[in-house]
Structure formats: structure tokens, C-alpha cells
Write a protein that binds this ligand. Sequence first.
Ligand code: GTP
Length: 348
Amino acid sequence: MKALLLAGGLGTRLRPLTEQLPKPMALVGNVPWLEHLILQLRDQGIREFVLALKHYPELIRRHLGNGSKYGVSIEYVVEQDALGTAGAIKNAEAHLGETFLVFNADIIQTMEIHPMLDYHYSRGAQVTIGLTEVDDPSAFGVVDCTDSGQVRRFIEKPKRGEAVSNRINAGIYIMNKAALRYIPEGREVSIERETFPLLIHQGIGVYGYTMKGYWMDMGTRERYRQVHRDLLDRKLDLRLPGTETEPGIRMGKGCHIGQAVRLIAPVLIGDHVRIEDHAVIGPYTILGEHCHIARGAQLAETILWNRSSVKDNAKLNQCVCGYDSLIESRHILYEAFAQRMKEEAVVG
Ligand code: GTP
């Protein structure tokens, strides 16, 4: 069974982090999310991947290669122009089997795939849409199903308290190739707005299956930070680099921790990080590889990507800083979302 990962979106809501980076390559616990996704699907027995790309495809190719280092195979399909979530599937048709999986690669999730596959086959579905239950569906598209599980309609962003259900499209699909006949070629097509409504209208078997497990769309700043709170609270169970040196403190190799440094759990520190004397790190703070925290700096609920540097006595609270960020001495930042631009984006 092949899995098609849709990873070609512009990620506009997560700018500037995604200005020069595909959103699915955003770090989650110091590892690009796409890598986590491939590893956890591999652990569920999926070994063949097709990646549909558009925005900075080379960064993804360079990082993942042909997949052999993860024990999987990866093929790439790169779009000239963005084709949208359904157009990208149609464009990859030649690489897909009779039944295949599709994932929005920017959804952070640890859902089990096999029960959904059993469901797809048992219903004789053409398309099964993975659903997830959320407390407040008003920011999403709600999916209304019949008692037998067939999708009746989609309701975009219902008013708070007026939704017919709290089940939303999880961005995970099982599709039969026959359903691709309904996607026009060579133009932008949205699966949510165009293809699924058309299939339902035509009476093609579209079913909804409620999945269990962690689910979060990382597409906005607030949700990106929430993913990390959940990760450090272990509500989101992903493999994390480093080793736990004391409860809630995870550290990579080759780190230097100065005198009178306070690490307040939970904290994740990447390889080769230097933290100078009297700095205070945590809680809910993540430092990427090769970061440098100068004397007396204080970071709380903050995420720094690799090679970032915080000068002496700077204070960061609830910030996210992309690769190679530089925070000057004594600067005080609250809820900053920053990315230092370089000539060429570098991942890792
Ligand atoms: P925003 O601009 O912030 O809305 O982000 P986005 O467009 O990247 O995300 P959206 O939620 O619209 O897309 C869902 C998933 O489909 C993401 O994993 C995207 O990378 C992917 N995607 C969206 N549009 C395209 C496209 O035109 N081609 C391909 N290959 N993937 C796409």
C-alpha cells in the first residue's frame, strides 16, 4: 500500500517560518515533521511513499533522499504550478496503486491506519475520509454522516454551538483509483471544496471513519506552539532525540551547561547546545541543535530552531524563532514569531 503525502502548500499562515521552508518540514521536537510522519507510518507497515511537492521541493528531497535511511522508498512528484489538494493527487496518479492512502503532511497526528483500512474494505467504499473529534468545530469543516457512515455533506466553519457534529476532516484519506476519474487534470482543484462534494453528489461511495489518536493541524502559530506543549507533556507521543537526564529534562549529546543554570522541566535540548552561566531555560522550552544561550538569558515556553543564538540577559517568553535566529543582548520578546532570512534556506 502506497501513501501519498501532500506537502506542496505555501503554508502562508505559518510565515515567516515557512517563507523559505515547506510547512511539513517545520521542526517538531527538533525533527522535521515529515520525518516523524514517515517513521510512524513505517512503524505501521507502510513502506512506499509518494511525495507531492511544489514549495521548495529540493529541501525535502535533500533531507529525505530515496528513503533508504528510514527503511522505506520515496518517490517525488513536483508540480510546475500549485494544483491544490485534489489536483496534486491526480498529478501523482501514475505512481499510485488501486487503493492508496493520502495524508495532508502538515497535520500532526499519531492515528492508527489499519482499523481505517479494514473499515474502507468492509464498506466497499471508493473513498474513506478519516475524521477526528474536536471540542470546537467552528474553525473547521464539519462532516455530516448517515448512521451507516456514508458522508452526507460538509459544513464549512459552522457557528459555535450550531454544528451538527464535532467530527471534522482529519486530512487523511483512503482512496480507490476509480475516484480519480472525477478530478480534472492540469488545474488547481481542492479536494474539500470540489472533489468530495462532487463524489457525494454523484453517489460515489464516500464514507467517514472516526479515528482515534492525537490530531492537531499545525497550520497556525498558536497550534504550532500547542503541538509542542502537548509533546513535552507527552500527550503527543513521538520519538524524541536525546536522553532524559532528569525528569522532564531531555538533552542531546555534546552540550555545555554553565554554572548556576536553571533548567525548569519540561525542556528539550538538542545536540551541541551551549548554555552559559546563570541562564534560566524552561518550562516548555525547546532548543534546537547548536543553539547558544548567553549568560543570564531567560527563555520560557519558547522554541528555538537550530543554530539560534540568544545574547546575554535577553528574555524570551512564548516565542518561536526559526533557523539561525539572533536575539540581541537584553532584548525582551513576548510571543515573537521570527525567522532570520538567509541567501539560501538550510534545513537541519
Ligand atoms: P496555508 O497557506 O497556511 O493555508 O497552508 P497550506 O496551503 O500549506 O495548507 P493547506 O491546509 O491548504 O493544505 C493541506 C495540505 O495539502 C498541506 O500539507 C499542504 O502542503 C498540501 N497542499 C496544499 N496545496 C497543495 C498543492 O497545490 N500541491 C501539493 N502538492 N500539496 C498541497
